[in-house]
Design a protein around this ligand. Structure first.
Ligand SMILES: Nc1nc2c(c(=O)[nH]1)N[C@H]1C(S)=C(S)[C@@H](COP(=O)(O)O)O[C@H]1N2
Ligand SMILES: [Mo]
Length: 368
């Protein structure tokens, strides 16, 4: 198990959780980290410009001519690779659902002060690149290796600590079949905001693991103690609790339905009659096995669609629910269950940094 000690006196969030109004700092973070609009759930693969985005500091001006990927640490042969060198390995393309671990944070009470996500911090892209394990194997991790650390070219200050954005993975995950070193997103070179020229993509894990603007990989003999592992991204009960590391995505689902949306309030209005609610469901703990929809508190099974030509373990699954909408105000909710038996909670699970909120979505609609 991960036993990284939390650093005394350091906190990932600059302010205490609050029930007060959204602050100017949170508004700045919201522009830096835009979410996917709910109606983009119509797409199995989120169009690139609608994919949510997280940038901790600033988008670095990485330039492909100066860039290289260095792999070192506890390896037999340290290597340095240019983008063209990755052509030596077989290219793979796979759809991967990424969700920010802070998604849903602003729905918590009190609200941890950071990126004030509602529900839009989740999207699916088709990523192309080479398998991380094949590239790592060429450097040859030595006996005694336990973790692999990845760092980007972006640098900033968080918790008073100057740092480059860096995260680690346990060796078995890094050497697993799914992790990709990706150089294309939806068939195009990575856009600047999504990690150009190369990023890590770790299916099943919350988004913080998928390091963008990747230029360094280090194989380690002991657990990594970088800020983003040992201070940020932990399930903590309070500022002094070392907590537990945030890892795989908790089971979750979202829904959308055709309706007329009111400016500002996003209140939804639709005509009485048959209507199809559509949605997506995902989990980092095995495929989703069941989705249910509640209309005014009565749960009924939704239809879970077969994965669209891809493995249900790396990307979300689509589902639908036929609803006979009768006039009146209604509350719709949806919840998913995964293969491990985990089911979404009705009430948000609270923790100090607002991580992993997978509570059921609620949608208010007025049927006329
Ligand atoms: N180098 C670097 N990688 C990063 C981040 C970052 O700020 N810097 N943010 C992480 C977080 S918290 C998330 S949720 C995902 C988001 O990926 P996206 O912006 O491509 O959607 O990138 C991750 N990789
Ligand atoms: Mo994130």
């Amino acid at each position: 198990m991960d036993t990284i000690a939390q650093r005394p006196g350091k906190s990932a969030h600059a302010a205490e959780p609050t029930d007060g109004p959204i602050t100017l700092d949170e508004l700045k973070m919201a522009y830096r980290c835009p979410g996917t609009p709910l109606e983009a759930l119509r797409y199995d693969i989120t169009p690139t410009g609608l994919h949510y985005q997280v940038v901790h500091f600033e988008i670095p001006s990485t330039n492909e001519t100066d860039w290289s990927l260095r792999i070192g640490g506890h390896v037999k042969r340290p290597v340095s690779l240019r983008l063209a060198d990755l052509g030596a390995w077989e290219e793979r393309t796979q759809p991967v659902t990424l969700e920010c671990a802070g998604n849903g944070r602003a729905l918590l009470s009190p609200r941890p002060v950071s990126a004030a996500w509602l529900g839009g911090g989740v999207s699916t892209a088709s990523w192309s690149g080479v398998r991380l394990r094949e590239v790592l194997a060429s450097a040859g991790p030595r006996d005694g290796a336990v973790e692999v650390a990845f760092s980007g070219t972006d640098e900033g200050i968080q918790g008073g600590e100057r740092q480059v954005y860096a995260r680690s993975l346990p060796l078995d995950v890094a050497m697993g079949p799914d992790a990709l070193l990706a150089y294309r997103m939806n068939g195009e070179p990575l856009p600047p905001q999504h990690g150009y020229p190369l990023r890590l993509v770790v299916p099943g894990w919350y988004g913080m693991a998928s390091v963008k603007w990747l230029d360094r990989i280090e194989v380690l003999q002991r657990p990594f103690e970088g800020f983003q592992n040992s201070v940020a991204y932990r399930y903590q009960s309070d500022a002094d609790d070392p907590g537990w590391p945030v890892r795989e995505m908790r089971v979750k689902s979202l829904m959308w339905l055709p309706s007329t949306v009111e400016f500002l309030s996003e209140r939804r209005v639709l005509e009485a009659g048959p209507t199809t609610i559509i949605g997506r469901a995902w989990s980092g703990h095995g495929p989703v096995v069941k989705v249910e929809v509640a209309v005014d508190g009565v749960w009924r099974p939704a239809r879970l669609h077969a994965p669209d030509g891809h493995a249900a373990t790396t990307a979300w699954q689509s589902w639908s629910f036929e609803w006979q909408a009768d006039p009146g105000d209604h509350e719709l909710r949806c919840r998913a269950t995964d293969a491990s038996g985990d089911i979404q909670p009705i009430e948000p699970p609270w923790n100090y940094q607002g991580m992993g909120n997978n509570a059921v979505q609620r949608l208010q609609v007025e049927v006329r």
